[in-house]
Design a protein. Structure first.
Length: 165
């Protein structure tokens, strides 16, 4: 069995409307939520063998914050350009090329791709996916190349709002 942790990047800033979408940074809430979610992952022992992230500034920043909380060096984060603006089918193609030595992978990406991928893998609606949400999916496969629609089970959903208060 393989395990995938899908993470929608933390809340981004719209303070500079002329800024290219790819370059948008995290805002104050994003910088607050990402470490909280990293601590929750660590506390629940949901530790990835690899972090694979969109290279967009808000996603790679989220990945870096999460990695710090999980005691994973930033150098271990793999930037995957194909994640940015990808459909669920395109994300599935990326997953199929992952190294089989990775049992658990945390993918940091964007909407709607992250939610659509989860839906595709579990063949069921996953509900709302606010920024910095985690969707843990257990995949009934032995090799990433075997990933296909319906091969997963939604094991856990965590949102930053659950941590507040």
């Amino acid at each position: 069995m393989k395990r995938m942790i899908l993470l929608r990047h933390a809340k981004s800033s719209w303070a500079q409307p002329a800024l290219n979408d790819f370059e948008r940074p995290l805002n104050k809430r994003g910088k607050r939520d990402a470490p909280i979610m990293g601590m929750r992952l660590k506390r629940q022992k949901k530790l990835p063998d690899k972090i694979v992230s969109s290279p967009a500034k808000r996603a790679i920043s989220t990945a870096g914050i999460i990695a710090k909380q999980l005691d994973i060096p930033k150098s271990a984060i793999r930037k995957e350009p194909g994640i940015y603006d990808a459909s669920a089918i395109e994300l599935l193609a990326i997953i199929r090329n992952w190294q089989n030595a990775w049992e658990t992978v945390l993918m940091v990406g964007h909407m709607p791709g992250i939610a659509d991928l989860a839906w595709l893998l579990v063949e069921n609606e996953v509900g709302p996916v606010p920024t910095c949400s985690v969707l843990e999916i257990e995949l009934e496969i032995n090799h990433w190349s075997d990933a296909r629609p319906g091969c997963g089970r939604l094991a856990c959903v965590m949102t930053p709002k659950e941590s507040a208060g």
